[in-house]
Design a protein around this ligand. Structure first.
Ligand code: SER
Length: 591
């Protein structure tokens, strides 16, 4: 038996012994990345460094990164899909390349994890017009002892990773699979098949290209390695489990849910409901407890969080679980993970309170929705609920369509699902809340304009503190596009017109003061002691970058920034509004 803790520890130690610095998991909320809502891979927070910026901790890095991917949210409930997972990763920033990376992966798998090399298979890039066939990787695998018939050459669709968006770092990869002892599905069966014979556990990406907006691939200034191994899936494979839900991180939650469920469902339905609740609440716990904490709302990250909690509640209802059980589940996750992710312990009360509030809100929505549903039943024609009426229940009362469908079935009524879908799509197109679309988007645009807006964000924070005379003001969120900055901070009320003007003026005076922007690297503790502001709570001894603009602003930050405040032009606040309770949001532009 190997536990998650053992795998994390072994992995980090192995790479630490080979010169890698262990960096902490970044927040689930990406810094200044307008195109994705959540951190989706270990490489995501490292993009500036993959593009050439110097990382304060060197050229060899390793970590365990918390990740959220919600693109497949509707698949959750099967054996493999999860919305949250931990990714083990190691990186070379222009240091070692294919040979070392592949050799270490092989050693870790066969010597540390003691996987029988005969059960491993790999795939490498087959080559096309953009990049050559990856013979170096194939030969390296063969020299280590992987039989040629278990080295598969596959096209871009399978063996190319990134960019995560439309442009950015990417390259051929080599993927490592455990071959399961099941018959081949067909003669040509390969890791490209989804038959289940080949289970991917590790992906080594050789990032040597930078994809341009016109679709061309330019060589990157430095050749990088980016690897990612799914923690839960690997633990499951190593223990011979069929699903990640059998692993130690899920075991007590699954047991609790099974024990408390009273409804008599088919085994299949019950399993699906238990898995959905276990998955969604784990993700929700991490989102609520994140160092840049999210709360349920109707936009962006908050919307996804709300959807996860409400979906768990819907399945809890199916299992006839007391909603209190969900709070118990969150408690279990906090205690399971708090040693590795200390932010969960720090934010424990917030996690439990916010979850409780959302449970209460949903229960009100359900009651109101039920009343409306009953009214509706009196007036419908042909025993059929129109798509429009079903959508109104959802839109006005937050009543999920699935519940409308269930109740309708119980009452011998049908629902015009197609009509509902049409209304839903129309609404989505109109609304800003098409948040999920952003998952399909890519990584940040590290252009000159975003660098300037990023610098303006520092001046804005310093100016807010100064003008409002409140030193407890902190950054609670930041999002930058090429057009504007968006900045969230804690403050109990809206700003007056005069205050907004005064903040603008303060930022513009700092711009006119022509401060050169200095960047220094130092241990976190030293940065804090020097009075630098920052939003991170990280591990002791970690190195950070501190950006200073004269005596006006000193902030811990990853960059990138303009060279001088004079480059910024004129700052203007275009909006000041509430973001969530106790949090204000400013949108600003540079003219
Ligand atoms: N970026 C690659 C992945 O997500 C390897 O870390 O699989």
């Amino acid at each position: 038996m190997i536990t998650s803790k053992e795998l994390r520890d072994k992995y980090l130690k192995f790479f630490q012994d080979r010169g890698h610095a262990v960096i902490r998991s970044a927040s689930l909320i990406p810094d200044n990345d307008p195109t994705v809502l959540f951190t989706t891979a270990g490489m995501h927070p490292l993009v500036p460094f993959l593009l050439g910026a110097a990382h304060p901790q060197g050229k060899r890095l390793t970590n365990v990164q918390k990740c959220v991917r919600t693109g497949d949210i509707d698949e959750v409930g099967d054996a493999t899909h999860c919305t949250f997972f931990e990714m083990l990763g190691n990186w070379s920033l222009g240091d070692y390349f294919k040979k070392e990376s592949i050799t270490w992966s092989y050693e870790f798998l066969t010597q540390v994890l003691k996987i029988n090399p005969d059960t491993l298979a790999v795939s490498v890039f087959a080559g096309d017009a953009d990049a050559p066939r990856d013979e170096l990787s194939a030969d390296t695998w063969a020299s280590l002892g992987i039989a040629r018939e278990r080295i598969f050459y596959l096209p871009k669709q399978n063996n190319w990773w990134g960019p995560a968006g439309l442009t950015g770092p990417c390259g051929p990869d080599t993927e490592i699979f455990i071959v399961r002892d099941v018959p081949k599905c067909c003669e040509t069966c390969s890791p490209a098949c989804s038959c289940g014979k080949y289970v991917e556990i590790w992906n080594n990406v050789f990032m040597e290209y930078n994809k341009q907006a016109d679709g061309s691939y330019l060589p990157l200034a430095q050749k990088n390695v980016d690897t990612g191994m799914g923690l839960e899936r690997t633990v499951a494979m190593l223990n011979g489990y069929h699903t990640v839900y059998e692993t130690d991180v899920f075991a007590s939650v699954v047991a609790l849910l099974r024990q408390k469920a009273v409804a008599e469902l088919s085994a299949e339905e019950a399993t699906k409901a238990v898995r959905i609740i276990a998955d969604h609440l784990r993700t929700a716990t991490f989102m609520l407890g994140d160092e840049k904490g999210v709360t349920p709302s109707n936009v962006d990250q908050g919307y996804i969080l709300r959807r996860l909690i409400r979906r768990s509640l819907r399945f809890a209802r199916k299992l006839e679980l007391d909603p209190e059980t969900l709070i118990e589940v969150a408690r279990i996750y906090i205690s399971t993970y708090q040693e590795v992710y200390t932010e969960l312990a720090t934010n424990k009360n917030k996690i439990l309170n916010e979850l409780q509030q959302e449970i209460d809100k949903f229960s009100v929505a359900l009651q109101q929705g039920l009343k409306e549903f009953e009214k509706l039943c009196k007036y419908i024609q042909n025993n059929r609920i129109s798509g429009k009426a079903a959508f109104r229940l959802y839109d006005t009362f937050g009543f999920p369509i699935e519940i409308t469908a269930e109740l309708a079935q119980d009452n011998g009524i049908t629902v015009d699902m197609q009509g509902y879908e049409n209304c839903y799509k129309e609404h989505q197109l109109k609304s800003q809340a098409g948040a999920e679309q952003k998952f399909k988007g890519g990584l940040a645009d590290h252009s000159e304009q975003t660098a300037k807006l990023h610098t303006a964000t520092h001046l804005l924070l310093a100016s807010l503190k100064k003008v409002l005379g409140d030193d407890t003001i902190q950054q609670k969120g930041s999002n930058i596009t090429a057009e504007r900055l968006r900045f969230d901070f804690n403050f109990p009320r809206s700003l007056t017109k005069d205050e907004i003007k005064a903040v603008e003026d303060a930022v513009n005076s700092a711009i006119q003061a022509k401060y050169a922007i200095a960047c220094e690297e130092m241990p976190l503790e030293q940065a804090k002691a020097s009075g630098a502001t920052g939003v991170f709570e990280s591990k002791y001894n970690e190195f950070v970058k501190v950006y200073t603009m004269g005596d006006y602003s000193k902030e811990i930050c990853g960059g990138p920034h303009a060279a001088n405040t004079a480059d910024l032009g004129t700052f203007k606040i275009v909006k000041e509004q509430s973001s969530s309770s106790g949090i204000r949001r400013i949108k600003g532009i540079l003219q």
